[in-house]
Write a protein that binds this ligand. Structure first.
Ligand code: T46
Length: 140
């Protein structure tokens, strides 16, 4: 299971295609092209009250692309040993998160929308919501 051995260095910010138009820009995302996985699910976080944080869990198998479709927010990734913080504030950039990352989402700007493309359907069994269990999963 790759989630056990993945590190934060397997997660990266990517630039998505942007079609510029004076009438408004457009970005498209295609499975197995801009995202390296089949897209099984799309969901989005919105109406996030100021000061709220989301996440604080890991996934065993799930791959995701996070996009700040509107506004901005910070994603902090931990692999159990190292951590990095990624700021998303452009609708043509995405953060690829590989399985086996503890993540925390914070500092949401007012009106921000976090769009998520996911490789699997929703399954609570894929979640690790306890940090010690996460470290055990990572064999740390
Ligand atoms: C992640 C971050 C960025 C569903 O019923 N279906 C779904 O597809 C999802 C994602 C969640 N839910 C339910 C499960 C909980 O009862 O919605 C509730 C809130 O989910 P959660 O507390 O996991 O929400 P976040 O914002 O902390 O995390 C979500 C995703 O779960 C997670 O994969 O990486 O967004």
């Amino acid at each position: 299971m790759k989630g056990r051995t993945n590190t934060i260095h397997h997660c990266k910010k990517i630039t998505l295609p942007k079609v510029n138009n004076p009438a408004g820009n457009l970005t498209s995302i295609q499975e197995n092209q801009e995202v390296p996985f089949p897209i099984e699910r799309i969901y989005y976080l919105y109406d996030i009250p100021g000061g709220e944080e989301r996440g604080a869990h890991g996934h065993k198998e799930l791959q995701q692309l996070l996009v700040a479709a509107s506004g901005a927010f910070e994603v902090v990734l931990f692999d159990g040993k190292e951590q990095k913080s990624v700021y998303l504030n452009r609708p043509y950039e995405g953060l690829l998160i590989e399985p086996g990352m503890w993540r925390e989402l914070k500092n949401f700007s007012s009106g921000s929308v976090c769009l998520v493309l996911a490789s699997l359907k929703y399954d609570e069994k894929d979640y690790i919501r306890d940090y010690q269990e996460f470290l055990d999963f990572k064999d740390l």
